[in-house]
Design a protein around this ligand. Structure first.
Ligand code: SF4
Length: 351
């Protein structure tokens, strides 16, 4: 059982982060935010797959003007992502965004950062201090190089300023595209502060490599009890980020949901386990099940009956058919063509 480090709790709209709140899943739209319709469409897609909080890029005034429509139609809290321009950050806050993410290091002078803090104070919304290895302050880079210590030093500098302004409604991220550097930086900052942490490996890659890199980086930290919210960064549809994030939490028993036990198939397999398992998994995901249920899809009698017996529901394949197990008992035989439909019927019946 993972013992989570207890952090200070903040709220992004209706979603609580830190303390004893469940670890939330975030993603970021990759539509042009100025196109509010397309952006909303993507937000709805992400939300329907289990995304808790969405972030949108706000690169200019037009994007900020699209915010009210987006906020109005979004079923989940929206965070504005702002770089370089404190005025855009202030306008986004005034337009009702539920939180903002800035890298104070690229906002400019302390006075500009202070103005953003003051606006967030009035609106009572949190700010994520997002430190990134790609945009470290020059003097820190000179002193530390691009290292975990540099990320920590940069975050600490910003935290000190926020604290001097009596602003504690913050969460932190210290991201790098290097997995070991990311892990080290989060471990170190987690020892120093109890602000909630937003986990992520930045620019992690495509769905294939990014999933592996994020799972190792984020997964290692989560397994140590570090992290309150996360985003898996993939060069892909944000829905994929949400799916990977949820699976990551489920793999560590940090989120309830379906658990699939699927045999890898071998020369003994006599039914199409791969497509049966994919179809069942796709259909079950659409049900958005929030309780633990184990579903075994097994190819033959070697390990099949054992795994299927242990699961809430399972099949053990034979020649052109499978035996259906429910809570450890054999229920009936099913012809191969009906396996997906019958399994889904049984899953619905035990929910
Ligand atoms: S359960 Fe049977 S078919 Fe599946 S991998 Fe094991 S031996 Fe092969």
């Amino acid at each position: 059982m993972i013992q989570r480090k207890k952090t200070r709790q903040i709220s992004v709209g209706t979603v609580k982060i830190g303390g004893d709140a469940p670890i939330s899943i975030q993603s970021m739209t990759n539509t042009d935010t100025r196109d509010s319709e397309k952006t909303l469409e993507q937000i709805l897609q992400c939300a329907s797959h289990g995304c808790d909080i969405i972030r949108v890029a706000l690169p200019d005034e037009k994007a900020v003007h699209a915010l009210p429509k987006i906020l109005n139609g979004s079923p989940i809290p929206v965070i504005g992502d702002i770089h370089f321009n404190h005025e855009l950050a202030i306008k986004a806050i005034e337009n009702g965004v539920h939180g903002i993410r800035i890298n104070p290091g690229n906002i400019g002078t302390s006075e500009k950062v202070k103005q953003v803090i003051d606006a967030a104070k009035i609106a009572q919304i949190p700010i994520r201090i997002g430190v990134n290895a790609g945009s470290l302050e020059k003097d820190i880079k000179k002193g530390y190089g691009v290292t975990a210590d540099a990320l920590v030093e940069s975050a600490m500098r910003h935290i000190r300023f926020f604290e001097s302004q009596n602003f504690y409604n913050i969460k932190l991220s210290l991201k790098s595209s290097s997995v070991p550097m990311t892990i080290e930086a989060y471990r170190k900052i987690s020892e120093k502060y109890n602000f909630p942490l937003h986990l992520g490996v930045t620019e992690a890659g495509t769905a294939f490599s990014g999933t592996i890199r994020s799972s190792i980086g984020i997964g290692t930290l989560l397994a140590e009890g570090i992290g309150d919210t996360l985003r898996v960064s993939l060069a892909d549809d944000p829905v994929e980020e949400v799916k990977v994030g949820l699976e990551l939490l489920r793999a560590l028993d940090l989120r309830k949901g379906p658990h699939f036990i699927v045999c890898p198939t071998c020369g003994r397999t006599e039914i199409d386990i791969i497509s049966i398992a994919k179809n069942v998994e796709d259909e079950v995901r659409k049900l958005q099940i929030e309780k633990n249920i184990s579903i075994a899809v097994m190819g033959c009698v070697v390990n099949g009956p054992g795994e299927a017996e242990e699961a809430d529901l399972g099949i053990a394949g034979g020649k052109g058919q499978a035996v259906l197990f429910k809570k450890g008992r054999i229920i009936r035989k099913i012809p191969e063509k009906d396996i997906v439909a019958e399994l889904l019927k049984e899953i619905r019946s035990i929910l």
